[in-house]
Write a protein that binds this ligand. Structure first.
Ligand SMILES: [Zn+2]
Length: 501
């Protein structure tokens, strides 16, 4: 009987279970063949496994060894199949004996038999749990992410020999235990609110953005502090919940960029405008999450927005609408989550002086229009808050009043978020309300209704713009714990559309 050994392969956000079978034919010329849609890295596994087995004091079987990775229709990606393939060869060759049932093995082998860290371990351990597997063997370095999954025993292995000794009861390993995971809030505060001089309107807009998960666009001259403001946003968002830590860690693990075991701070991503659409959205030959997914549960900052190629900005539409990214491949489609607050920054024109009270704009009026037309309407449509960030005057720099710290502001944000979680009975936020919910939760009194009517006529507001105004007004009211949207709340929300359309 051919024994099955389990491992998994990343397949978008979720991984798929893979069964490995090895068959030994002693009457054929010695060779090792891997079938079942392995990519080139998996093919190279043959050489690593052969050396690792020999250098772990085992005899590599002299036979024709056929290794099948099932199911055959899912592409197998990565170098982490080594450990499972090596054990499968040892088992088929009769060199060791153990029961592989309900066990999964993940890890790349070095030529001397050491187990190296792997990419996407968390998603594979989750796949193991879904398949009813009870024990998962992972590289030592991947323990912090693997233990995030409860209900599965995790064993960290350093080498092939260590795995064999455990499986054959020569020397048992101890299962790893889950440590309490907490969100480390203060760690990603690169810029504290208290350090920002002036810019009251921009700071207020950031608080509203954080409280209602609204996207924000800042227009201002170079040197007005737009980047600093964007960085301050990540520090006033509520701490990550446990399920958000799992989601975020999983994405970063799949991208191969997992810092220190797991992600427990809100991500802040700021891709450069020369970034390709693949690095922004995700995909590639071995599909990896892009910047929009690495920003999941955090902030995506696009500085110098008009400099991004139009086709790159066009592909942003799906994540902004559906909060996820779908990548088409020859063998089906893959999905990665992408729920983030989008913050964009740009100059008002090429020279940067348009609208400045002191400096003269060198651009022709038609150039100013052309510069701003570079950003497509559908993208702007997804942004609720639009503000101007003027250059600070000397007195504003000098007279730094005592500002609230990011920690104090986060408390205000939390109050508004709690109101929303009670309202929607989920993690939904005001910015994600559909038109029915807007009708239900954004009722206006007579005075506010009149104001909205007047504004709609004066500024020729579209239905979409009116909905945006109401969503922002809802968040402003929530920040004051007010059930009713007042005239003042609505009037304030009108300020944040100064430069739209
Ligand atoms: Zn100009």
């Amino acid at each position: 009987m051919i024994e099955k050994i389990y491992t998994a392969t990343p397949n978008g956000y979720l991984a798929s279970l893979v069964e490995i079978e090895a068959d030994m034919n002693l009457n054929s010329l010695p060779a090792t063949i891997i079938v079942g849609l392995p990519d080139t890295v998996v093919q190279e596994s043959r050489e690593r496994v052969r050396s690792a087995i020999k250098n772990s004091s085992f005899q590599y079987p002299v036979a024709r060894i056929s290794i099948n990775l099932a199911p055959g229709d899912i592409p197998k990606v990565g170098s982490h199949f080594d450990l499972a393939i090596a054990l499968s060869v040892l088992l088929a060759g009769g060199l060791i004996e153990f029961n592989p049932e309900k066990k999964m093995f993940i890890g790349e082998l070095a030529l001397d038999g050491r187990v190296r860290p792997s990419v996407g371990v968390l998603s594979m351990v989750m796949a193991a749990k879904r398949a009813g597997i009870k024990e998962v063997f992972v590289p030592m370095a991947n323990i912090p992410e693997a233990v995030l999954v409860s209900g599965v025993s995790i064993y960290g292995v350093e080498s092939l020999v260590q795995a064999v000794e455990h499986l054959t009861d020569a020397e048992r390993l101890k299962p790893e235990t889950k440590k309490a995971i907490t969100s480390e809030i203060g760690k990603n505060i690169e810029v504290d609110f208290s350090e920002i001089a002036g810019q009251q309107l921009a700071k207020r807009a950031l608080i509203i953005a954080a409280a209602g998960f609204h996207n924000l666009r800042m227009v201002g001259s170079p040197g007005s502090g737009k980047t600093m403001l964007a960085k301050a946003l990540a520090g006033i968002l509520p701490s990550l919940t446990e399920s958000e830590i799992v989601e975020t860690t999983n994405i970063h693990s799949l991208s191969g960029k997992l810092p220190s075991g797991l992600v427990n701070v809100r991500p802040f991503r700021s891709p450069h405008h020369t970034a390709s659409s693949i690095s922004l959205i995700g995909g590639g030959i071995r599909p990896k999450p892009g910047e929009v997914s690495l920003a999941h549960n955090g902030v995506l900052f696009l500085d110098e927005l008009p400099e991004f190629p139009r086709n790159v900005l066009e592909v942003m539409r799906q994540p902004l609408e559906e909060r996820c990214v779908t990548i088409s491949r020859a063998h089906g489609t893959l999905k990665f989550p992408a729920r983030f607050i989008l913050v964009t920054a740009q100059n008002p024109c090429h020279c940067g002086n348009h609208g400045d009270p002191l400096l003269v704009c060198q651009c022709h009026p038609s150039e100013v229009i052309k510069y701003n037309k570079k950003i497509s309407g559908p993208l702007l449509d997804r942004i609720d808050l639009h503000i101007q960030v003027p250059r600070l005057k000397y007195e504003e720099f000098k007279n730094v009043s005592v500002n609230e710290s990011s920690e104090q502001i986060r408390k205000q944000v939390m109050v508004a978020r709690e109101i929303q979680s009670k309202r929607f009975q989920s993690s939904k936020t005001n910015s994600e309300m559909n038109s029915n919910e807007i009708k239900k939760y954004c009722e206006l009194d007579k005075e506010s209704e009149n104001l909205l009517h007047k504004a709609a006529d004066t500024f020729q507001l579209s239905g979409r713009s009116i909905n945006r105004l109401l969503k922002v007004a809802r968040t402003i009211a929530d920040l004051e714990s007010s059930q009713q949207i007042s005239h003042n709340h609505l009037a304030e929300s009108l300020q944040y559309r100064q430069i739209t359309e």
